[in-house]
Every structure is written in C-alpha cells, then in structure tokens.
Design a protein around this ligand. Sequence first.
Ligand SMILES: [Zn+2]
Ligand SMILES: [Zn+2]
Length: 371
Amino acid sequence: MKSKAVLIREAGANLPYAKSKPLEIVEIDLAPPKAGEVLVKIESAGICHSDLSVVNGSRLRPLPIILGHESSGVVIELGQDVHDFKVGDHFTTVFLPSCQNCYECKSGIPANCSVGAKANASGQMISGGSRISIEGDSVNHYNGISCYSQYAVIDERSLVKLPSDIPFDIAALFGCALLTGIGAVRNSAHAKEGQSLGIWGLGGVGLSALLGAVISKAAPIIVIDPVESKRKLALSLGADIALDPKDNLRNTLAEGVSVAIEAAGRADTLIAAYESTARGGTTVSVGLPKAEEMFSISALSLVADLKTIKGSYLGSANPRIDIPEFVKFWRDGKLPVEKLLTSTSSMLQVNEAMDALDGAQVVRQVIHPHK
Ligand SMILES: [Zn+2]
Ligand SMILES: [Zn+2]
C-alpha cells in the first residue's frame, strides 16, 4: 500500500533544517506484512534525540531511511502467525525488537537483544529485509519502526499493546522516552527510597528519569540543565534542587549523589556526573554521545571510591512488563506524561521540529502523520 512518510537521503545538512530540508515527505510503497508482522496506522510520533542524531550525522544508520521510532497507533492488518495482536489493537512502539531466542533475551534482558541490535544497525526488519520501497528501490527501516509515516509494517516483537483509552500523544511516549528514562533509574541504577540522585540533561529522557526518581522516592533529587525553563519544569515535577551545569553539585551536596544519571548524551557531562557520584555510588549513562567521543576519569577513584559506571539502553527494560506498569502509574496520577509534551504538529513540520529539538528549548514534540 501507499503511505506518505519522512525520508532522509543524506546526513549532516546545515542548520536550520527548515531551510536545508534534509527530511523530505515522500510517497512510499509498503509490502504486505510477513509472518509475525502487522500493518499499522500511525497516529502520533515523537521527535526524539536519536532521530536528530541520524539527521545531524552523529549516529550512523544506512541511508536512505524512513525515520521515527517512538509512536502509537492502531493495528489494521495481520501477517501470518501473529500471536499477540488483533486488528483494532492500540500499541506503543519499542525501538529495539527482542528475538526472544538469543542468549541475551533468554537471560531476561530483552533490552540487550543481539539479533534486534544487528537488524537495527543494518536498517532491516528483525526477520530480514525491508518492507519499504520507492519506485522499486528498497529503503531502510529505522530501528524496525519507521513511524514518521501514515502507515508502517512492524514486527509484533517491536510493539506493546496498550488500552485504547490512552490518548495517542501520551501512548507514543511510553516506548522510548519513558521506558529509557524510568528504566535507567529503576532497572539500571536500582534507585532506592531516600537515596540521593542527580540527573544531567532534561530532555524527554532526563525528565522521564525524574518521574522515575520521584516514583522511587529518591531524595534529594538534583537536576542539572543549562535551560532555565526546563529546570523550572523539573522543580514542578518533583525535583528538589535544580542547578546550572556551571554550578558544582558538590557545593550543594558535599558527598555527591548516590545515583547519577547522565541523559544529555555528552562525554563532558558524563565526566561531571561521574565526578559528582558519591563513594560507593553508581553513574548510569543513558544519553547517546557522538561515536567519536571518549571519556576519561581517574582510574584510581573507580577503585578507591568503590564506584560503578553502567550503560543503560532501552532502560535495561523488559518492555512488556515495564510499560503496563507505567500505564498503571499514569492512571494513578503518578506519571504526568502530558507535562512532557511541548507541542503537537503536522508531519509536514518535521524539519522545523528537528530545529526546535536541536535548539534544546523543547522537551517532547509529537507529529501527526495524517494531518
Ligand atoms: Zn527515542
Ligand atoms: Zn534476542
């Protein structure tokens, strides 16, 4: 079937993207879903930093590619052997499919699925190949999702079913921002009640980490971001102290924080987070720095101060267990996801939305492919 979608042919265009227009609205052909795959109608899609990283060239993905990995919508057609979905089901997308069969998946860490990671890196579906073409030429999938599109063919292992009463703009955020941020706090850092916790970078993931820290009753919660409006938002969402990156956290909390979450995706911020981590504490890196960035710390401090540094991808989560729990938090009023939504716009405004994210003044924007 035909679908309008957002294509990128070349990375690294000049800013502003509203002028250079690296993202084109094109008409794609979608092949029918194969075994285990479904055809979906996308209703809402988030503008995430990982998409921007492909546009600006800091994260290499095979091009041309249809972008988008954070979305919600409705299943409209089933391929063969689809077990968990029926037509009409609502879903949120998860940007790493888990094969449920590799060593990592069988160890209970689907967020580390090696088969899914390989498929994502090659721009293919987890069961191989592409379902997207333009005039007969194959186009790559972004993380098996490619949801900046009116319709998409997605493997059911990339979807989590959601109740149909959750607004699509809220549902879209469950699979990336919330899973990554809350998962970093709960699954990677195992933050406990009364533990001091710092969060560097207040984008969609950093603020989601804050919501996770509030749910975990960490205290005090210290957030660090250069943008004043984001610091204010964080304070209204439950942060105890908000600092500018120029301030040294140890002037506020001399011993440092027990848990430090780096969500800015920068090596210098990761160093700041590590240096602000208390003795015996854990630094969790959740942002995606540029591939060439290195980070250097005192090797002695790692040992003598008994520190731990951890990477957290997809919130070290099991999406089909974690996301239904988030839905419950949201229903109970503990997860004010709507506060993370900065704006909604038409898919036609995708270049402008990338400019706004690059300018760091927004938290989460969503686009609507059918408007
Ligand atoms: Zn994302
Ligand atoms: Zn796997």
